[in-house]
Design a protein around this ligand. Structure first.
Ligand code: ATP
Ligand code: MG
Length: 593
C-alpha cells in the first residue's frame, strides 16, 4: 500500500506537524501495545480454558482463568480509553494548528487573492478539508499503530500456537493487496472531486444567502433552488461512487480472510481428529484468527482514509504555500514624522500585467500636507484603482509613488498603512457592537475618544437611540443600519485612526438631503488637517478641493482649481454640465462629480 503514497515536501510538513505531538503519540503507542497484548492474551486464556478446565478438569484453572479474563479486559479498556483520548488530542490539535496556519496565511495574502478566490470555497477549505485531514491523521495514526500492533501480536500468537495453521490462514492475504491499491487511487481522485464540489456548493450558498434580497427582488428563488439541487446532485453522485469503492474494500478483505479461515479450520480440525493437535490449541488459533477480523478490516480502510486526506491536504497546502503579501523591501523604513509630500511619478498600473490593458498611465501628481486632492471622471476611469496604489493594495507596474522622496515600497507595509485612513466606496462593517466597529480604527482608543469620534462623525445620536445604545450589534456587514448611518460609522472609524493621509471614496448612493448634510459635515470634520485624496461626487467637496484631477481612460486629462477648470470649458466643464446642468439623460454614466 505504502509505495503508492506520493510524498511531497508538503506531506513532510504535515508529518512534521504530527511529529510535534511526539509525547502524546508515544504514550498512545504504549496504550496500544498494552491493548494489543491483552487481545493476544485472550487467545491463550481460551486455549487454557478448553485444555485445562474442560479436558484436564483442573479446578485451580477454573478460578484463575475468570480472574485473568477480568484483569485482561480491564487493562484493555483502560488502555483503549487512554489511546483514544490521546489520539483525539493529536488529531484535534493538528486541526487547530492547520486552521490557524491557514487563517494566518490567508490574512497576509494580497487583496488580489481575495478577488480571485470564492469566499465560500475558502471557508470550505478551512472547515471541510481540514476535517478530512484530521480524519486521516486520527485514522492513519490510531488505526495504523493500534491495529498493526494488534495484528503483529495476534500473528505472533497464532504462529506460536501452531505455525502450520498460521501459514494456511495467511497464505491468501497477498491476493487482497492489488485491488486495495487500485481502490486507494480511485478514492483519491474521487475525493479531490468531492472536495471541489463541496467547496463549490459552499461558495454558492455563501453568495445566494448573502444576496437573498436580490434573489427575491428578481423572483429567482426557483432558479437558485434548481442550481443548488444540481450541485447537491453532483456531490451526491461523486460521494456515492466513492462510497461504492469504500464499502467494497472491507467485504473483499473479509471474503479473502474467510477463505483462509476455512482452509485453517479444515487442516487444523483434521489434525485434532488425528490427535496431532489439542482442541484447546485449535480453538485458541481460531479465536485469534477471528480477532484479526476487526483490525484487518480497519487497516483495509486506512489506505482509503489516507488517500482522501492527502487529497484534502493538497488543497490546504495550495493556500499555505502561496506567497504572502510581504514583498517587503529589506529597508523596512518607518515614519519618524508625519508624511509631508506624496508624489506620483509617471505611474502606470495594470491589473493583469501579462495580457491586460493598462488601467492607469503616465500619472503625475503631488499632494502636500493638508491639501485636498479631488479625483473626478467617468465611471471606470481608474479613480479607485489610483487611490488603491497608495496603501499598496496593489503595486504600480510602472513609475513610482513617493512619500517625502522615498519610494513607498521601501517602507514596511504596516508602517505605511498606519499613515493612511480609508473610507471605501461601500461601507464595510462587522457584526459587532457599534462601539467595537468604531474602535476598529484604533484598538487603544479610550471611551472618551470613541465617543468623540462618534459625535464628530454624526454617528452618536442615532447610535445612542438604538436599543442597547453603542453596544447594539449592527448585523452582518452592518445590515441593520441605514446606508447613511453605515457611512457615518465608517467615517467615525477613520477619524479614530487619526492618520495623516486620508483616502475617501465617496459613496455614490443618493442619500436624502438631511442625511447627505450630516455625512457631508462628518466628512468635512474628517478631512480637516489631513492630506486627503477624495473621489468626489458632491459639488461641495469638489469646490473646496485644493486641486482637482480629471481622470479619463486612466490618464489625467485636466487638472487645476474648480473655477479655472470650468473656465477652460473642456472635460471638467462637460462633467460638470452633465451632473449639475441637467444634460445627464444622454450622457454616459457618470461617477465623478
Ligand atoms: N480587481 C480588478 N481586476 C481587474 N480589473 C479591474 C479591477 N478593478 C477594476 N478594474 C478595472 O479597472 C478599470 C478602472 O476601475 P476603477 O474601479 O478604478 O474605476 P473608477 O474610476 O473607480 O470607477 P467608479 O467611479 O465607477 O467607481 C475598470 O475598467 C475596471 O473594469
Ligand atoms: Mg470607484
Amino acid at each position: 500500500m505504502i509505495p503508492r503514497w506520493e510524498f511531497k515536501p508538503r506531506h513532510h510538513a504535515l508529518l512534521a506537524m504530527v511529529k510535534s505531538y511526539r509525547r502524546d503519540l508515544s504514550l498512545a503507542c504504549g496504550c496500544m501495545v498494552v491493548a494489543a497484548a491483552c487481545e493476544g492474551a485472550t487467545a491463550y486464556l481460551i486455549k487454557y480454558a478448553v485444555d485445562e478446565i474442560f479436558i484436564a478438569r483442573n479446578e485451580w484453572w477454573l478460578r484463575m482463568i475468570p480472574l485473568a479474563v477480568v484483569a485482561a479486559f480491564f487493562l484493555k479498556s483502560v488502555s483503549t480509553y487512554g489511546q483514544g483520548y490521546l489520539m483525539h488530542r493529536v488529531g484535534r490539535g493538528i486541526i487547530r494548528k492547520l486552521r490557524n496556519r491557514m487563517y494566518d496565511r490567508i490574512q497576509d495574502l494580497p487583496l488580489q487573492f481575495f478577488q480571485e478566490e470564492k469566499t465560500g470555497g475558502l471557508i470550505s477549505r478551512l472547515t471541510n478539508d481540514v476535517n478530512i485531514v484530521r480524519h486521516m491523521v486520527s485514522n492513519a495514526v490510531t488505526y495504523s499503530m493500534k491495529e498493526v500492533c494488534t495484528v503483529v501480536v495476534l500473528v505472533f500468537v497464532i504462529f506460536q500456537l501452531d505455525w502450520e495453521m498460521a501459514i494456511l490462514a495467511f497464505g491468501v492475504l497477498p491476493f487482497a493487496f492489488f485491488p486495495m491499491i487500485r481502490f486507494g487511487r480511485r478514492i483519491r481522485k474521487l475525493s479531490t472531486r468531492g472536495q471541489e464540489a463541496t467547496a463549490e456548493m459552499t461558495a454558492f450558498l455563501h453568495e445566494t444567502i448573502a444576496g437573498a434580497k436580490i434573489v427575491k427582488a428578481f423572483g429567482m428563488e426557483a432558479y437558485e433552488k434548481r442550481r443548488f439541487f444540481d450541485r447537491t446532485q453532483r456531490l451526491y453522485r461523486i460521494d456515492m461512487r466513492e462510497a461504492k469503492i469504500e464499502e467494497m474494500t472491507s467485504p473483499l478483505m473479509e471474503f479473502i480472510a474467510g477463505v483462509g479461515i476455512a482452509v485453517a479450520i479444515f487442516y487444523g480440525g483434521y489434525r485434532v481428529l488425528n490427535g496431532d493437535l489439542t482442541p484447546g490449541t485449535f480453538t485458541g488459533v481460531i479465536t485469534a484468527i477471528l480477532s484479526l477480523y476487526r483490525p484487518i478490516k480497519r487497516i483495509s480502510k486506512l489506505n482509503n482514509a489516507v488517500q482522501r486526506g492527502l487529497a484534502a491536504s493538497d488543497r490546504i497546502f495550495d493556500i499555505l504555500e502561496r506567497m504572502p503579501e510581504a514583498r517587503e523591501a529589506a529597508t523596512q523604513l518607518t515614519f519618524d514624522a508625519p508624511p509631508r509630500v506624496i508624489t506620483f511619478e509617471n505611474v502606470s498600473f495594470c491589473y493583469d500585467p501579462q495580457n491586460g490593458l493598462p488601467v492607469l498611465q503616465d500619472i503625475n501628481l503631488e499632494a502636500r500636507s493638508g491639501q485636498v486632492i479631488a479625483l473626478v471622471g467617468m465611471s471606470g476611469g481608474g479613480k479607485t484603482s489610483l487611490v488603491n496604489l497608495i496603501p499598496r493594495f496593489y503595486d504600480v507596474t510602472g513609475g513610482c509613488i513617493r512619500i517625502d522622496g522615498e519610494d513607498i515600497r521601501q517602507f514596511s507595509l504596516a508602517a505605511l498603512r498606519r499613515q493612511i485612513a480609508i473610507v471605501t466606496q461601500e461601507p464595510i462593517l462587522f457584526n459587532e457592537s457599534l462601539r467595537a466597529n468604531i474602535a476598529y480604527g484604533n484598538r487603544q482608543a479610550t471611551e472618551a475618544q470613541i465617543l468623540q469620534a462618534a459625535r464628530t462623525a454624526y454617528a452618536y445620536d442615532f447610535g445612542a437611540a438604538l436599543p442597547q445604545g453603542l453596544d447594539t450589534r449592527i448585523g452582518e456587514l452592518g445590515s441593520r443600519l441605514s446606508g447613511g448611518e453605515r457611512q457615518r460609522i465608517c467615517i467615525a472609524r477613520a477619524l479614530l485612526k487619526n492618520a495623516p493621509i486620508l483616502i475617501l471614496d465617496e459613496a455614490t448612493s443618493a442619500l436624502d438631503s438631511e442625511a447627505e448634510i450630516l455625512v457631508q459635515k462628518a466628512l468635512e470634520n474628517l478631512m480637516a488637517g489631513r492630506t486627503t485624496f477624495v473621489i468626489a461626487h458632491r459639488l461641495s467637496t469638489i469646490v473646496h478641493a485644493d486641486h482637482i484631477i480629471v481622470l479619463v481612460g486612466g490618464r489625467i486629462v485636466e487638472e487645476g482649481a474648480h473655477d479655472a477648470l470650468l473656465a477652460r470649458r473642456r472635460e471638467y466643464y462637460k462633467l460638470y454640465q452633465m451632473q449639475f446642468g441637467g444634460h445627464s439623460e444622454n450622457g454616459p454614466p457618470v461617477s465623478g462629480i
